[in-house]
Design a binder for this molecule. Structure first.
Ligand code: ZN
Ligand code: ZN
Length: 328
């Protein structure tokens, strides 16, 4: 099969022949139809996560099951499925025993410890696959398996109450979905961005306000929840100036910078919460909302052969708002 292979840390991605996977016990082989390109693929390429190279990345797999391994009972050939980041925990640690495999330190992960989805075929554990709603296209479904899942999990963790306000800082791959999920849930939603040129499309996504700073956010009434999807924690800390008392800041972007916040947050009794993907029920919900047409992923679509160009655009922050690779 053809796959996009990262040869080494900081290596140049290349599309080449790679061994087609075969389903072992409890596994399925998925013919990949679409595979989202997440900024985390850039972090992994730069060696930020414990990955062995050469490696095929990609952790937003969607496609059709073409092979079933021994012992698989709940999936069949032809099922339309996607796979999340964490496929399995170790099964033995405290968090696995508590049923929270997403917190396992030795998790088996798509595109990290296992071959990823930037390829024509991908192996997955059958119980890690999620059925995709029938009316949802592969192109719309793929970014939900990381970006959509992440922001919906964060919104659920923030536990917003009726009449509360939600702000999103960092209106990119994650942020444009966070904004729409918030609106789909009926909350007044404010976008915090310095990208003036994005304002028109952000308003078209349903934002009630677009402001350029935390101070402007506060002047506009502040926010009870700040969904921080930016890869800059300096931008997150700045936007946090707009918090209302008892507010919650949900950290979802990955940054190497320290997070500097002011004592003001203490006096406002603000809470800072880390969040990634908090359980399969949120993946189910995130897909369902998109299938109902309440959230639309805005994406640039590339063929597998064009993945190097797509990767460069993601790495340079040029993609608005999500890059998706299709295999056909
Ligand atoms: Zn991701
Ligand atoms: Zn474990």
């Amino acid at each position: 099969m053809k796959a996009a292979v990262v040869p080494s840390v900081n290596g140049r991605w290349e599309v080449k022949e790679w061994q087609t996977p075969k389903a072992g016990p409890n596994q399925v082989v998925i013919k990949i139809h679409a595979s989202g390109l997440c900024y985390t693929d850039v972090h992994i390429t730069h060696g930020a996560l414990p990955t062995q190279f050469p490696r095929v990345l990609g952790h937003e797999p969607v496609g059709e099951i073409v092979e079933i391994g021994p012992g698989v009972a709940s999936r069949k050939i032809g099922d339309r499925v996607g796979v999340g980041w964490v496929q399995r925990g170790c099964g033995r640690c405290e968090w696995c025993l508590r049923g929270k495999k997403e917190l396992c330190q030795n998790a088996i992960s798509t595109g990290i410890t296992l071959q990823g989805s930037h390829a024509e075929y991908m192996l997955a554990y059958a119980d890690a696959t999620m059925l995709i709603p029938g009316n949802l296209s592969y192109e719309q479904a793929t970014p939900i398996f990381c970006a959509g899942y992440t922001v919906w999990s964060g919104l659920r963790l923030a536990d917003p109450k009726p009449h509360e306000r939600i702000a999103v800082v960092g209106i990119g791959g994650l942020g444009h979905l966070a904004l729409q999920y918030s609106k789909a849930s009926g909350f007044e939603t404010i976008a915090v961005t310095k990208s003036k040129d994005k304002e028109k499309s952000i308003r078209a996504m349903g934002a009630d306000e677009v402001v350029e700073s935390g101070e402007k956010l506060l002047a506009a009434g502040g926010t009870d929840v700040l969904l921080a999807t930016s890869n800059s924690w300096a931008a997150t800390a700045e936007a946090a100036k707009g918090m209302r008392p008892d507010g919650r800041i949900i950290l979802m972007g990955v940054s190497q910078e320290p997070l500097n916040y002011t004592p003001e947050l203490m006096f406002k009794r603000a809470r800072l919460l880390g969040s990634s993907q908090n359980g399969p029920e949120y993946l189910y919900e995130a897909l369902d909302i998109v299938a109902k047409g309440k959230v639309k992923v805005i994406e640039e679509v590339y063929k597998l052969d064009e993945i190097t160009r797509a990767y460069d655009r993601v790495a340079e922050g040029k993609v608005r708002y999500r890059a998706v690779i299709t295999m056909n």
